[in-house]
Write a protein that binds this ligand. Structure first.
Ligand code: 5GP
Ligand code: MN
Ligand code: MN
Length: 320
């Protein structure tokens, strides 16, 4: 049996499932979580959707998003845990790997090259543009009917992880699936409004405040922006409002690596890394305990903003 078949067979007979994904949730994480939870519920399976962080405003249109609860609110840990879009168990939040001892089986569905294959059953394919592509193949095998609600969740995941179908990870398979999901009732007008036409004012004000920090090095091949706590506080912006800012340094002609540094509370700095054609930013992020994909990766580093910038820029320069 292939991994897809074993996973589909396990899900088809499961009674009680938790679908879990990573902190600071994005469209693929939420879309994949909800599509699977909705599909299982449709079959009468008890499925709880779990995320340690709240659903950002821009994703509050996703069907079923109101049913997502944090790990602490899960009264009884189900015997089957499905982790989606997560390289390892700790990506679901600090201490989450303890759930491993409290559950019978873990299924791991993901598309990150740096995935540690932590599951009892693993469906990991880094050629998939989004975890949602893999979720769709599993749903077809169970089988479940793809409702408009499920299609909306999966389409959102594809659109966000491919940067609106622009990035290198977007393949003919991705485009075919997007078309299929449109046919299956994905609510494009709702998706369009929430993802692209409803930006909070704070995120545009944050862009204005952060663009002056643009710095280039290595003959203009590395470029970065920094977001300090002070800037966030002055504007009243949330960390999620910085989402997408890393695309500005990367989009500059001649730049190979674009970076975004976000100062977090507790002396931590979150780094987003993007590349165009040459540098494997997954390998650069891995040097600092992070991971992701060849062209998009991230890590969180302890230290003050200036020190972290110096370290990561040097590592990016070495990788050129
Ligand atoms: P972003 O920069 O948008 O937060 O993340 C880019 C990619 O890198 C995403 O696919 C994300 O899952 C991955 N990523 C971001 N931060 C981390 C991290 O701290 N650890 C790991 N393993 N992956 C990360
Ligand atoms: Mn993700
Ligand atoms: Mn993803």
């Amino acid at each position: 049996m292939t991994a897809i078949e074993s996973i589909a067979a396990t899900l088809a007979t499961a009674r009680d499932v938790a679908v879990v994904s990573h902190i600071i949730p994005d469209g693929d994480c939420l879309g994949s979580t909800l599509a699977l939870a909705l599909a299982l519920r449709q079959r009468g399976t008890r499925a709880v959707a779990v995320n340690a962080d709240p659903v950002p405003d821009m994703f509050q249109f996703l069907p079923g998003q109101e049913t997502i609860i944090p790990p602490a609110k899960v009264e009884e840990i189900p015997s089957l845990l499905v982790m989606v879009d997560s390289t390892d168990m700790e990506r679901a939040g600090e201490g989450f790997s303890q759930w491993r001892q409290k559950t019978k089986m873990v299924i791991n569905i993901d598309h990150h090259v740096s995935n540690t294959r932590f599951g009892d059953l693993n469906l990991v394919d880094s050629r998939a543009a989004a975890t949602a592509e893999l979720i769709y193949t599993v749903l077809e095998k169970i089988p479940v009917s793809i409702t408009p609600a499920i299609a909306t969740c999966l389409y959102t995941a594809l659109a966000t992880d491919t940067g609106s179908f622009q990035y290198e990870n977007c393949t003919a398979t991705t485009m075919r699936l997007a078309a299929r999901l449109m046919e299956q009732g994905a609510d494009l007008s709702l998706i369009r409004e929430y993802l692209w036409e409803r930006k909070p004012l704070a995120s545009i004000r944050l862009l204005a405040a952060v663009l002056p920090t643009l710095t280039l090095a290595y003959d203009g091949r590395v470029a970065w922006l920094t977001v300090s706590r002070a800037t966030l506080d002055t504007i009243g912006a949330l960390p999620e409002h910085a989402e997408g800012l890393v695309n500005y340094p990367r989009s500059i002609a001649g730049v190979e690596v674009g970076l975004l540094f976000r100062e977090l509370p507790d002396g931590l700095v979150k780094v987003s890394l993007r590349s165009k054609k040459i540098v494997d930013v997954n390998a650069v992020a891995a040097r600092f305990g992070g991971g992701g994909h060849r062209r998009a990766a991230g890590c969180t580093i302890r230290g003050d903003l200036d020190t972290v910038v110096t370290m990561v820029v040097a590592a990016a320069g070495e990788a050129l």
